[in-house]
Design a protein around this ligand. Structure first.
Ligand code: CU
Length: 303
């Protein structure tokens, strides 16, 4: 390789990296998962190293969010490039050295009309799909099922409104108890199990401080606020494991309340509800407040 080949190769590499970044998948990524194949025949959507952009959309909601994000981003890129070029040209063309006697022009009606009308048109182009998406997100009517999600310091509680008595807690698996196939700081002891292809409504609240119920691949993000119910909804398109996290700083162990969702076919979900009703009785949150700190918090507090 000769010396002058180097800049060309660097340029090509730079262009490739830029193209990858623009496409949103700068994925010289190593999966954080210990062994993804260990979760048998299952699709796992988890954050990975060097991740840029959103995770792959697993619900129509997230697909629409992803689309709008790219749509606005391209328009924004056009505006930034245009303004930079015009400013650069003006600085060069009207520099003091070239214009010892400055122009005294202060108004140009045509240009002033254009720079008011064009941004209005751009805003209209952006706002129409945005409002459509806001209405789409707000329409949580006629769900197949409703889960009440309560944030606690520091775990989640899931109450299935359509399955009387099914109300359980979900704690992060501490680092020293991670099993093969589990993901450190994302896997939980009792995941939120949901059916694929059905509209699921979440009623989100908190028992103590502000938390955030954030499911990036499913297009759900709502604050959990004490004394208030916020709703959101999603439809999961394919079976798999999806991860989310509390994304509102909620205290010492804020990082220790991930959300793990197991999405399964409807029949498997219905079978699971029976099994969970029988086995999760010792996992409800009806412990007195004075009860000892649950083991996961203990393990966590000492790390
Ligand atoms: Cu939290």
């Amino acid at each position: 390789m000769t010396r002058k080949d180097v800049p060309a190769k660097r340029l090509a590499l730079l262009a490739l990296v830029a193209a990858l970044a623009l496409h949103g998948h700068l994925a010289f990524a190593q999966n954080v998962a210990a062994d993804p194949t260990a979760i048998a025949n299952s699709y796992v959507e988890a954050p990975h190293n060097w991740q840029l952009w959103f995770p792959a959309a697993a619900s129509p909601m997230q697909a629409k969010i992803d689309w709008l994000m790219q749509y606005v981003l391209w328009i924004m890129l056009g505006v930034v490039v245009f303004v930079a070029v015009v400013m650069g040209y003006a600085m060069w063309r009207f520099r003091a050295g070239r214009n010892p006697k400055p122009s005294t022009t202060t108004h140009n009606t045509l240009i002033e009309v254009i720079w008011i009308v064009v941004p209005c048109i751009i805003l209209a182009i952006v706002i129409i799909p945005s409002i459509n998406l806001i209405y789409y997100e707000a329409n949580d009517s006629d769900p197949y099922m409703t889960v009440t999600v309560t944030g606690h310091q520091w775990y989640w509680e899931y109450k299935y409104e359509s399955v009387p008595g099914l109300d359980y807690t979900s704690y992060m698996v501490p680092d020293n108890e991670i099993q093969p196939g589990e993901i450190r700081r994302l896997s939980v002891d009792h995941p939120l199990v949901l059916p694929v292809g059905e509209k699921i409504r979440f009623v989100i609240t908190s028992a103590d401080v502000l938390h955030g119920f954030y499911l990036p691949s499913l297009g759900v993000q709502k604050y959990a606020i004490p004394g208030t119910n916020q709703t959101s909804w999603t439809t999961i398109e394919k079976p798999g494991t999806y991860f989310g996290q509390c994304n509102q700083i909620c205290g010492l162990n804020h990082d220790a309340m991930p959300i793990e969702i197991k999405a399964v076919p409807l029949n498997d979900y219905l079978a699971w509800t029976k099994e969970a009703l029988a086995n999760y009785t010792d996992n409800t949150v009806s412990q007195p407040l004075s009860s000892p700190m649950p083991r996961n918090q203990l393990a966590d507090a000492t790390r």
